[in-house]
Design a protein around this ligand. Structure first.
Ligand SMILES: Cc1cc2nc3c(=O)[nH]c(=O)nc-3n(C[C@H](O)[C@H](O)[C@H](O)COP(=O)(O)OP(=O)(O)OC[C@H]3O[C@@H](n4cnc5c(N)ncnc54)[C@H](O)[C@@H]3O)c2cc1C
Length: 277
């Protein structure tokens, strides 16, 4: 049986491990932390949303980012101090602006498919993750913001997502705690919220039940190759003297912000595949 190692036990790694195991592969998940979903998948906003699939590669994002640099209460701040990584990333970001519409439609299509799998697996494995199926509401105070939201709704519709336009009068009917002056909003009834940390922990337990192995507290520092196999070398995060290795036929990198480091370790052995289906 082909053995596949999955690097990273966040939501991406654990769902990947589950899907691979269901397809009959022998799977080992390896992570530097002690439990699944302890990094970015630990405390995110909890939105299970296809309605937020609009990609950020847009001139207006850059203008917004520049305006925010002058505000103390900016929701996101860009630090302009020079770094090759940062500026090469920005060049890639700008390079994707011409693909804004295509990438938004494709991301929304993937988000809808991901949501279906997520719900189905929660049902199959009886995972409680505080799911609240009440839709997601976006509200706008300005005509300008609302009109750019209308354009996004059209792209989301092309991906198959229903997002309703709502009037200022309808907003408090959907969310009674909202009492401000709004120009309008959008409501996506099929979206929901849930605790993705709990979900990942639950799915990791299901993975174990189905025969997936997990190696925790293991920081990967080196990946070599021998006779067509990949050998992952790791060091215990608890005891630096403790080293280990895992031999695998293939590996999938789901290491979140650590993926760039793993890509460097793999060099030209790393392939990036476009996601289809
Ligand atoms: C503040 C905030 C709010 C967010 N809100 C939402 C939201 O509401 N809805 C939504 O859909 N998304 C949201 N997101 C995004 C979402 O949380 C992330 O996209 C998602 O958690 C990423 O999961 P991941 O599995 O790819 O990465 P991670 O959860 O970061 O997992 C990567 C794993 O790889 C491991 N790893 C990395 N390097 C190594 C190494 N060298 N050796 C061994 N292990 C390694 C790490 O320990 C980690 O466990 C939010 C993000 C943030 C920061």
């Amino acid at each position: 049986m082909t053995h596949i190692a999955v690097i990273g036990a966040g939501i991406t790694g654990v769902t990947t491990a589950y899907a691979l195991r269901k397809r009959g592969f022998e799977v080992t998940v390896i992570d530097r932390l002690r439990y699944p979903a302890m990094d970015t998948s630990f405390a995110n906003g909890g939105q299970l949303s296809a309605c937020n699939a609009e990609v950020w590669n847009n001139i207006s994002t850059i203008m917004k980012g520049m305006r925010w640099m002058l505000r103390k209460d900016a929701p996101l701040l860009f630090n302009p101090s020079p770094s090759w990584h940062k500026y090469s990333w920005m060049a890639e970001f700008v390079g994707q602006i011409p693909n804004y519409e295509k990438n938004t439609i494709e991301t929304a299509r993937m988000a809808i498919a991901a949501r279906e799998h997520l719900f189905q697996w929660a049902k199959d494995e009886n995972i409680d993750f505080d799911l609240v199926e009440r839709g997601i509401l976006h509200v706008y105070q300005s005509k300008e913001g609302f009109e750019s939201g209308l354009k996004v709704s059209k792209l989301l519709a092309q991906a198959g997502l229903e997002r309703d336009t709502v009037s200022p009068e309808e907003i408090p009917n959907i969310e009674p705690t909202l009492k401000g002056n709004y120009y309008g909003g959008f409501f996506t009834p099929s979206d929901s919220t849930g605790d993705i940390h709990k979900y990942t922990r639950g799915l990791a337990k299901a993975c174990e039940k189905h025969g997936v192995n997990f190696i925790f507290d293991a920081e990967i520092h080196h990946i070599t190759q021998q006779h067509g196999k990949q050998i992952i070398h790791y060091q215990s995060t608890q005891d630096p003297q403790e080293q280990g290795s895992l031999t695998t036929d293939k590996l999938v990198v789901c290491a979140g912000v650590g993926s760039r480091h793993i890509a460097k370790l793999l060099g030209d052995r790393m392939n990036v595949y476009p996601v289809k289906g």
